[in-house]
Design a protein around this ligand. Structure first.
Ligand SMILES: [Zn+2]
Length: 225
């Protein structure tokens, strides 16, 4: 397995691309300065979003969204680092187990991506992470349980209110039989304002999901606190 990963991942730091070699069991290959710059995610305290009551029960993430973690997640998210799905998914599964989100869940579902964006980036980051989380936890995965039917904001720096408006009614459940009555572990790459997770969770709840918890690779500092 290690040899296979070495073949897929060039021997360079996943964040800064400088030469780096894995020195221990940590799944992500990082050079020492980037590794030292990683911060674990802090427990979130999202303020209530405008018109968006929080619909998830629990939320956990591997990293605080900054420094090397931000570089790794952005490279993966933007379609340039397919092979990062496995180490990131492995870390997410471990955190979801530690935070007892896996123990509550029946099914893993990714935050659905806008189709044109998936084509451009060649893959959907949340979908790949969901598959890895399922593989590591033994939970079933429904990659096509949901779909995004409204495009994401072109403005990546939109504020919380604008973001909440952009995601309103943006998602649909395509497979209601799969989610009805089930506890869903929702997978995303990065949670920033929480408005996307809130809208997806609300959509799942409206389709009859019993419970939604969220696991992300990275979590931004809570807004407004
Ligand atoms: Zn580095």
């Amino acid at each position: 397995m290690a040899l296979l990963l070495d073949a897929l991942l060039p021997p360079s730091c996943a964040a800064c691309r400088q030469p780096a070699f894995r020195s221990d069991a940590f799944p992500l290959r990082l050079c020492p300065p980037c590794r030292e710059g990683l911060e674990p995610a802090r427990s979130p305290a999202f303020p209530d979003l405008p018109g968006q009551p929080r619909e998830w029960q629990g939320l956990a993430a591997v990293f605080a969204y900054g420094g090397a973690a931000r570089e790794v997640v952005l490279r993966f998210k933007h379609g340039r680092a397919f092979a990062l799905a496995r180490p990131l998914g492995t870390l997410m599964a471990a955190v979801a187990l530690r935070e007892r989100l896996v123990q509550e869940a029946d099914l893993v579902v990714p935050v659905p991506a806008w189709p044109a964006r998936t084509v451009r980036r060649r893959y959907s980051a949340p979908a790949l992470l969901a598959v890895e989380v399922g593989r590591r936890t033994g939970l079933p995965v429904e990659v096509r349980a949901m779909a995004r039917v409204r495009p994401p904001s072109a403005d990546g720096h939109a504020g919380p209110r604008r973001r909440a408006e952009c995601v309103r009614n943006a998602f649909v459940v395509r497979r209601p039989d799969a989610v009805r009555g089930r506890a869903i572990l929702l997978v995303d790459d990065v949670v920033t304002t929480g408005s996307t997770a809130a809208e997806v969770a609300a959509t799942l709840k409206a389709a009859g999901a019993a419970r939604v918890d969220v696991i992300a690779a990275a979590l931004a500092e809570p807004v407004g606190v």
